[in-house]
Design a protein. Structure first.
Length: 161
């Protein structure tokens, strides 16, 4: 007696899916960082450039050209020295970070120095740039979808004679 059979088994190429998913997550996180950075930097006015310069580390990490044209003698190095920013890919995680210790930016984020200190700033705080960034990031994150693993589905045919 002779038996013939054809077996078809689905198989997902997990390694290919992981590579494509990683590339997708990097692209989506970079886009979120780009939109976050565009939103927050637009809220921070430029006078000496120090406050806006705090965003340069992250801007450089994601290849975003950030415009800074100081009205007075520039203090861009101060903003760079008082901040950190990075785009990180480690294992299966993708993230971006921003941090500053620039005192007048932190103060103006929450307060109006014209009222509280008698300054005459053209664009006084509160800037609320963190809230603008959080809002934009949330909107971007709502639209991110994982890749469909079934696009990596292959049907393997085995003939048994």
């Amino acid at each position: 007696m002779k038996l013939r059979a054809t077996l078809r088994a689905p198989r997902i190429d997990l390694e290919k899916y992981r590579r494509e998913l990683q590339a997708h997550l990097i692209e989506q996180t970079a886009m979120a960082a780009f939109k976050w950075l565009s939103a927050v930097s637009a809220k921070v006015p430029v006078w000496s450039g120090a406050s806006r310069a705090t965003f340069l580390h992250l801007a450089n990490a994601i290849s975003l050209q950030l415009s800074i044209s100081p009205v007075v003698r520039h203090r861009i190095p101060l903003g760079l020295a008082e901040s950190e920013g990075s785009f990180n890919v480690k294992g299966g995680r993708v993230s971006f970070t921003y941090q500053t210790t620039l005192r007048h930016l932190i103060y103006n984020e929450f307060h109006n120095a014209n009222v509280e200190w008698g300054f005459h700033l053209i664009q006084p705080g509160p800037y609320h740039f963190q809230e603008a960034g959080r809002r934009v990031f949330g909107q971007e994150a709502e639209h991110v979808r994982l890749l469909n693993p079934f696009k990596q589905l292959e049907i393997k045919t085995t003939r048994v004679s």
